[in-house]
Design a protein around this ligand. Structure first.
Ligand code: GAP
Length: 439
């Protein structure tokens, strides 16, 4: 049997819409550029991904979670450098009014949209933060920003968490939440959008231990992606050669998306830049007293891991998407080979016929399984068609209640990946399913 990976982003976009993973935002009004809505299956997949990350981060002795607000004091963004430096250089085509990042195009070539020559404006810096007003008065004193990263909510809460949780270095703070960037050139489906979710963790450490912390987190984060089922050959490290002003080392984990290699996660050694800046701007003492080192006072260094939830989800869907060609065109199928614990629907319960005993047994089984798993009850169409649909959304197990169930008290469980069907007695179904999702 031959197998093909995802060929183009367009195939994935179409599949996601057709099967209820992701829809264009405000589609009936023509859509809103680069904004996407998670459909019923997309939100399940995303929630499973977030739960996996949250568990990897906070089910440890040294990391606490928080959920900071999206709107923060405007001074936060002055201190962090975002007001002055979070910009991309932009040009407009004077002829067709298209807008480009000037560092992404050849300014001596014709406009790629309308082909006009010498039509670009002078490059100018464009701040990527979204602005809005807080309160009923619309003037500059009411200006607030939608956060462009979740990290600053962690930095400003460093003393709160350290003191309330009686933390000693090293310890981390983890957070999942929305971030907003007015990207000049969003695109490639949910790879680059203007509203997205980040899963960030700031690990506060003693100055001088950043190389060690970097090694530890590089290793943990790489293994986390592999453990989610991503194929190793689709992942690579990229070392930052030119560093951001706040960093003394930085690495990205890249995934080979349908449009090419792209950053999925950044692991940055951010020094004491952010806490120092907040100390200066807030005039609050953000020093840590190290009781293990003669009560020495210093500003901790920070090792950050920052992964885009949507990008990670795009990688998972791209990786899981396969088309299988067994030789017989009748048996060709598209299958999403998600790791079972991440799959949006865990179990499909399929009564062969929609009647009498079969329906009753199937409903009873469904109610039992629903206590622990997201299940779907499906009676529409032939059993073959139902299997195909569940392959396409990545359901790891399909349970069929058939004519023999009434006599042998057993059901058929079909495995998504091997398509092998096993006869399992009804009282063993729970244990069988539990084992499947135990990893
Ligand atoms: N706090 C550090 C930080 O925000 P970043 O490299 O700008 O670093 C971290 O962003 C991650 O957030 C990226 O690796 C990517 O996965 C995700 N991300 C950034 N911009 C994004 C966008 N416009 N759309 C979707 N995801 C984005």
């Amino acid at each position: 049997m031959s197998e093909e990976n995802l060929k183009s982003m367009a195939d994935l976009v179409a599949h996601c819409k057709q099967r209820g993973f992701i829809f264009q935002s405000s589609e009936i009004y023509g859509g809103l550029g680069s904004c996407w809505d998670m459909g019923p299956l997309g939100v399940e997949l995303k929630n499973n991904l977030k739960a996996t990350w949250w568990k990897a981060m906070t089910f440890r002795d040294d990391i606490d979670g928080i959920d900071a607000s999206i709107l923060m004091a405007p001074m936060v963004w002055k201190a962090s450098g975002h007001v002055d430096n979070f910009t991309d250089p932009m040009v407009d085509c004077k002829s067709c009014k298209s807008r480009f990042r000037s560092d992404n195009i050849d300014l001596t070539a014709p406009c790629p949209v309308c082909k006009a020559k010498d039509s670009y404006t002078e490059p100018r810096n464009f701040n990527l933060m979204f602005k809005t007003q807080m309160g009923p008065v619309e003037d500059t004193s009411a200006l607030v920003y939608l956060r462009p990263e979740t990290a600053q909510g962690i930095f400003v809460n460093f003393p709160n968490v350290q003191q309330s949780m009686r933390r000693k270095l090293p310890f981390g703070i983890a957070q999942i939440g929305k971030a907003f960037r007015n990207e000049i050139t969003p695109g490639n489906f949910i790879f680059r959008t203007r509203e997205f979710e980040q899963m960030e963790m700031q690990y506060f450490i003693k100055p001088g231990t950043q190389a060690e912390a970097m090694e530890m987190w590089k290793d943990l984060r790489w293994k986390w992606h592999l453990n989610n089922g991503l194929r190793a050959e689709k992942l690579q490290w990229k070392k930052h050669e030119s560093l951001a002003h706040y960093a003394d080392a930085a690495f990205d984990i890249e995934y080979e998306f349908a449009h090419g290699w792209g950053e999925m996660e950044g692991i940055h050694s951010r020094t004491d830049f952010d806490l120092k800046q907040h100390e200066e701007y807030s005039k609050k003492n953000l020093h840590y007293t190290d009781q293990m080192d003669g009560n020495k006072k210093y500003i901790p260094f920070v090792l950050e891991t920052s992964v885009g939830c949507d990008r990670c989800m795009l990688a998972l869907m791209s990786d899981a998407y396969r088309t299988e060609f067994p030789g017989d065109p009748e048996k060709e199928r598209t299958v999403m080979k998600f790791k079972p614990s991440l799959a949006p629907i865990k179990v499909a319960v399929l009564p062969l016929m929609k009647k009498g005993d079969m329906e009753e047994t199937a409903t009873k089984l469904l109610r039992e399984l629903q206590k622990d798993y997201k299940c779907e009850y499906d009676t529409a169409g032939s059993i073959g068609k139902r299997y195909r649909r569940h392959d396409e959304i990545g359901t790891p197990a399909c349970i069929t209640v058939d004519f023999d169930t009434a006599t042998d008290n057993a059901v058929t469980i079909r495995d998504r990946d091997t398509m092998v069907q096993e006869r399992i007695s009804l009282d063993k179904v729970q244990a069988y399913i539990k084992e499947k999702f135990s990893l």
